[in-house]
Design a protein around this ligand. Structure first.
Ligand SMILES: NC(=O)c1ccc[n+]([C@@H]2O[C@H](COP(=O)([O-])OP(=O)(O)OC[C@H]3O[C@@H](n4cnc5c(N)ncnc54)[C@H](OP(=O)(O)O)[C@@H]3O)[C@@H](O)[C@H]2O)c1
Length: 356
């Protein structure tokens, strides 16, 4: 084959590998990965995909469909750089080399701190390696997994509802409900899109939230975020979160970076932080916010219950800068979506349509 023939065949096989990848689970610790194995002449020999943590990786799944020796001189086309470490399964690099694969084509480099380095290992083993084929498509497919792997933490959305004068509760602590039904329905849709939803113990004591994602009629959405409670105080044994479909996760919150890393290790790629003000302020002060959702109600509450507390900003030069990504009218309320300026932390796409 000429180089031109290679690149057309590689792209066509990668498109198929991307389709295969979508058969895997969209959530969890491991990414969705697909693999196509082509003969020296470019004929399809085998296909594989990954079915989730603890099961065969896509390359191994594809190789398992071949008899010994069949992959000699073959090309493996994989949506993610083959892994180079022994986890619940062995390194795919070694399996590909042992099978006699001559070329490996992949779309996106593996950013995992343990699993990366596969391309170098393959080259050391005498395999010709090409990366970046249909990289944009693979980036879109692996969006939230890649974000979490690159940042070593979940993508973080901080949300609050406030009055026009920036209060998150009335003076007595009551905050249900500041905004109307359209805004609350929007929050529930976004909860369902997140892997986990977090509150501080203060909100559990004040509001006893269920942290489920529900349609306006009260029915549960199919996807339910894992409830996460930040804080040291034990929550009441009969708290509503104890009846959540997922067991609640409790973290102390003393070191947010450590806690977030642990959540990522558990397969949580996106975290929806619903407050209250103390926890939201801690995330903001630590610069651990990738998206801000502020639901503004046309009311005034006055008093001490500010939506955000001290952020360590002493003067205007130290202001935390965000840029507006969308402003959406929701019934009588307004949703402002903002991203930190030049964070580079935005995901390549969002599953929520801002345009309505
Ligand atoms: N308008 C809204 O959108 C909204 C949303 C939620 C709540 N609220 C209102 O907010 C009020 C409760 O506010 P709140 O500020 O007390 O609740 P909170 O932010 O939910 O909880 C505060 C607690 O979080 C824990 N925590 C864990 N990690 C932390 C960290 N790194 N930094 C600081 N705290 C950390 C601490 O608990 P420990 O002491 O246990 O360690 C702290 O006391 C209620 O009135 C509620 O109705 C409003």
């Amino acid at each position: 084959m000429t180089t031109g023939d290679h690149s057309m065949a590689d792209a066509a096989a990668m498109r198929r590998a991307l389709e295969l990848a979508t058969r895997g689970p969209a959530k969890g610790v491991n990414p969705r990965v697909g693999c196509v194995i082509l003969s020296r002449q470019g004929e399809l020999l085998a296909e594989g995909w990954h079915r989730g943590a603890g099961t065969a990786h896509a390359e191994i799944d594809a190789l398992s469909k071949l008899a010994p020796g069949d992959a000699q001189g073959a090309t493996a086309v994989v949506t993610l750089e083959p892994c180079n470490h022994t986890g619940l399964t062995g390194p795919c690099t070694v399996a590909l080399i042992d099978a006699g694969v001559a070329r490996v084509v992949f779309a996106v480099a593996d950013p995992g701190d343990l699993s990366s380095g596969g391309a170098d290992r393959l080259r050391e083993g005498g395999v010709e390696v090409t990366g970046g084929v249909l990289a944009d498509e693979a980036e879109a497919l692996l969006d939230d997994w890649l974000f979490a792997a690159r940042h070593r933490r979940p993508h973080i959305t901080v949300k609050w509802a406030s009055s026009l004068d920036g209060r998150a509760a009335a003076s007595d602590g009551s905050s249900q409900w500041i905004t109307g039904s359209a805004a609350r329905a929007d929050v529930h849709r976004r909860r369902a899109a997140a892997d986990a939803i977090a509150v501080g113990t203060g909100t559990v004591f004040a509001d006893d939230p269920s942290l489920t994602a529900r349609a306006p009629g009260g029915e549960f959405f199919d996807a339910q975020p894992v409830p996460v409670v930040f804080g040291r105080r034990p929550v009441p044994s009969d708290a509503a979160i104890t009846r959540h479909p997922h067991a609640p996760v409790f973290v102390e919150g003393a070191d947010l970076a450590v806690d977030l890393r642990e959540l990522q290790r558990r397969g949580i790629r996106s975290l929806f932080v619903e407050g209250g003000p103390t926890l939201a302020s801690a995330f903001l002060a630590a610069g651990l916010v990738d998206e801000l959702l502020v639901y503004l109600a046309p009311t005034l509450l006055g008093g001490p219950r500010l939506a955000v507390g001290d952020l360590g900003v002493a003067s205007i030069e130290g202001a935390r800068r965000f840029e507006f990504a969308a402003v959406v009218r929701l019934g009588d309320d307004v949703l402002v979506v903002a991203h930190p300026v030049s964070s580079g932390a935005a995901r390549s796409s969002t599953s929520i349509n801002e345009g309505n």
